[in-house]
Design a protein around this ligand. Structure first.
Ligand code: SAM
Length: 324
């Protein structure tokens, strides 16, 4: 029954549409709902009454949990104010894993500290069964001198060549700053934010559902990483933009057989378990302590694979065409 929704972008109210999705049938659900801050969307009016907004949120959050598999996870992105309520809803029906603080400036609200993070609530449908992969990001370096920013003292010999494990504070992924990378949408998320979430919580071919897909960030990340997807948005214009963008995407965010997340030609998220298979594609200093001032780079084979990844895989483009 879920098959007809796979790799589709559906226009409509997510609460109504999710009712058609069977229990425990998708691997992860990710929601980036309207924040009720009066943002100017194409059609949606972002100004519900306080209790009406929360009641609405509770209903789609419960639907997300219902349709997620026992091995799956539920992610919800919002400002901390709303996440405190969402957590109380989720605590009733799922299991808390993390409050991920995504370091990105947000608008101040009256007399307040300068808000500097969005939260991503990360819940497991069933704690014991949940799928989770540790992930790594590249070492942070001084832009001018290339030295590692963090002082590892006498522990440099134990450094991981690629970079540290990702914590629950994400400071290396930034909001989309340049208009040339933006669609006509007021709150588009960066694709590599979603790629990190997807690499951490799913496997190839798993199903990722986003009930507020906007201009397609989640489904594009899923497609690039060889996952299946379902996207819903109430706005026809955003649905069209997403479908058009999907046509131009391929499932090739890979080095060799390994799915990785790229940003501007740099690999910025890998899964820890994949590292051994990725090693042959990198130039790694013989003395690991040299990582302190030498960044690892893709070797000739790695660069070749990266070049080939730009080739379009016809099978996936055909699927996107069918979903129009
Ligand atoms: C914060 S935006 C999502 C942006 C998206 N993450 C992206 O990166 O493009 C919220 C989206 O929810 C959509 N929306 C509002 N009410 C909805 C509903 N009842 N069902 C489905 N989508 C809805 C809006 O049209 C808007 O595109």
């Amino acid at each position: 029954m879920i098959d007809k929704y796979i790799n589709q972008i559906i226009q409509g109210d997510c609460l109504e549409l999710m009712k058609n999705i069977p229990d425990s049938s998708v691997d992860i659900t990710f929601a980036d709902p309207p924040f009720n801050l009066g943002k100017k969307y194409n059609g949606y009016r972002d100004n519900k009454e306080f209790h009406a907004y929360l009641d609405w949120c509770r209903r789609w959050i419960y639907e997300m949990v219902r349709i997620t598999k026992p091995t799956g996870s539920i992610f919800v992105h919002n400002i901390p104010k709303w996440l405190t309520y969402y957590a109380s809803f989720l605590n009733e029906v799922a299991y808390f894993k993390h409050w991920i603080a995504w370091d990105a400036p947000t608008a101040p609200m009256g007399k307040s500290l300068q808000p500097a993070h969005y939260g991503i609530l990360y819940y497991a449908k069933e704690l014991k069964e949940t799928k989770f992969y540790e992930i790594r990001y590249p070492h942070k370096r001084c832009r001018n001198c290339n030295y590692l920013l963090k002082d590892y003292g006498g522990k440099k010999a134990g450094l991981h060549p690629f970079g540290p494990l990702v914590s629950d504070v994400w400071t290396d992924i930034h909001r989309i700053k340049h208009n040339k990378y933006r669609d006509e949408h007021p709150c588009q998320l960066p694709i590599h934010l979603l790629e990190r979430i997807i690499l951490m919580s799913t496997d190839e071919n798993d199903i990722v559902l986003d009930p507020f897909v906007g201009t397609g960030t989640t489904v594009i990340a899923a497609k690039r990483l060889g996952r299946r997807f379902i996207g819903i948005d109430i706005d026809d214009k955003y649905v069209h933009i997403t479908k058009d963008k999907l046509l131009k995407e391929s499932s090739n965010s890979k080095i060799g057989d390994i799915w990785v997340s790229f940003y501007l030609d740099e690999i910025i998220t890998i899964r820890d378990i994949d590292w051994e298979k990725l090693v042959p594609y990198f130039l790694i200093p013989e003395n690991i302590k040299d990582i302190d001032f030498k960044k690892i780079k893709l070797n000739k084979q790695g660069r070749l694979v990266k070049y080939e990844k730009n080739m379009v895989l016809p099978m996936f483009n055909q699927e996107a065409t069918n979903s129009r």
